[in-house]
Design a protein around this ligand. Structure first.
Ligand code: SF4
Length: 381
């Protein structure tokens, strides 16, 4: 019998599993406490769980499925984790230290269907959704050890802060296209029986799937970030094909109507691309379009990747754009891409890994061995 990954289950499902075996339901919470608070990776080490239950758990479940295939460390402290999934596909997570903050960026899909032209993940196309457990496990593997009995963390934590303080769903994939996986993962991550991570410190980023944005605010208390990148309908359609389904006007009207709790605001992400959306007129149009929406804007200079003809805005244009938006009364911050020397922008490492695999395959046809050095070259190309 194929064993299920126990990270796929909610507390209620583990309780039902216990009940089917005439075991008290409270045993379920003992198990989840070992899994999520103590980070245990072996059912037999759950010392307050009776032996027959431990044996039954071993027979029915595995603990996790992600294998850390590569860890890259940037000169700016950013760490990129490449995970291999059970079916051989690879995904990325990124740990980003910033003073006392340590942000983990997780993936929600293998590849992505949204086709944004400024994103390396789009070049992979859509392969599949990640499961709830595969999303949660990215955090479990990336966080430092939390208890003496915990497994060794996958991550060489070096000078990183002691714990992950913020979690962003901004890695590979559109989180709201994988609604069930994303919301299921948020349940495990925020529940007291799970990781007990604060809702306020979780941000879900979307290209603007309007109905799912509304559902997300109803179903969770996560923060919402909308990747906007242009308020001109034609330009945004070219950069972000989802605009054909939800126009800029419709997206912004939906944002304006969202029932945001007090003190909550939407983050708009705006990728600055030279001579495409970084002119003074673009900045003025952005500020006008956001009037009346409780929000802040993150300006992100485009991070070039192999095969893209788009160019990064120069520093003068970035500063000028920020100044125009701010003067119009909209809070705007420039966010530099982190870890450029390890291809830390969304999808770049997996794309590099796939190029390497192709190169190795063709090199082995011609007698070359390939290997890690090839990957380092591919990553820096
Ligand atoms: S930016 Fe996000 S939604 Fe767009 S293609 Fe990349 S991963 Fe997908």
């Amino acid at each position: 019998m194929d064993r299920r990954d126990i990270f796929e289950l909610s507390l209620a499902e583990i309780e039902s599993w216990c009940a089917e075996r005439s075991l008290p339901r409270y045993r379920a919470q003992q198990v989840t406490s070992w899994l999520y608070q103590r980070g245990l990776r072996d059912f037999q080490e759950m010392t307050n769980v009776p032996r027959p239950l431990r044996d039954a758990l071993v027979t029915s479940f595995t603990i996790g499925s992600l294998e850390l295939a590569m860890l890259s460390r940037s000169s700016d402290g950013t760490q990129k984790l490449l995970f291999r999934l059970r079916d051989g596909a690879t995904i990325e997570s990124v740990l980003i230290p910033d003073g006392a903050r340590l942000t983990l960026c997780v993936s929600t899909q293998v590849g992505c269907a949204m086709g944004c032209t400024f994103c390396a993940t789009a070049t992979l196309g859509f392969r599949r959704h990640l499961t709830r457990g595969e999303i949660v496990e990215q955090l479990l593997q990336a966080r430092p050890p939390t208890a003496p009995k915990a497994r060794e963390s996958s991550v060489d934590d070096g000078d990183l802060p002691a714990r992950i303080t913020n979690l962003v769903f901004m890695g590979m994939g559109e989180p709201l296209h994988n609604y069930a996986g994303t919301v299921g993962a948020i349940e495990t991550l925020t529940s007291s029986w799970g990781v007990a991570f604060s809702h306020r410190r979780i941000t879900v980023s979307t290209v603007g799937l309007v109905p799912e944005m509304q559902r997300l605010l109803a179903d969770t208390q996560a923060q919402l970030a909308v990747s906007l990148t242009s308020v001109d309908e034609t330009t945004r359609r070219e950069l972000m094909p989802i605009t054909k389904k939800y126009s800029v006007a419709e997206l912004l009207a939906a944002c304006r109507a969202l029932p945001l709790p007090r003190r909550k605001r939407i983050t708009f992400e705006y990728v600055l691309i030279a001579a495409v959306n970084d002119r003074v007129d673009d900045a003025r149009a952005l500020a006008r379009a956001l009037a009346g929406i409780r929000c802040k804007v993150n300006l992100i200079p485009f991070n070039p990747f192999p095969g893209s003809s788009l160019r990064r805005s120069d520093d003068v244009s970035v500063a000028r754009f920020q100044d125009v938006v701010r003067r119009a009364g909209v809070h705007a911050t420039v966010r530099e891409s982190r870890g450029p020397d390890i291809a830390a922008a969304c999808g770049q490492l997996v794309a590099a890994e796939e190029r390497r695999a192709r190169d190795v395959a063709s090199a082995s046809d011609s007698g070359s061995t390939g290997g890690a050095a090839d990957l380092a070259t591919a990553m820096s190309s």
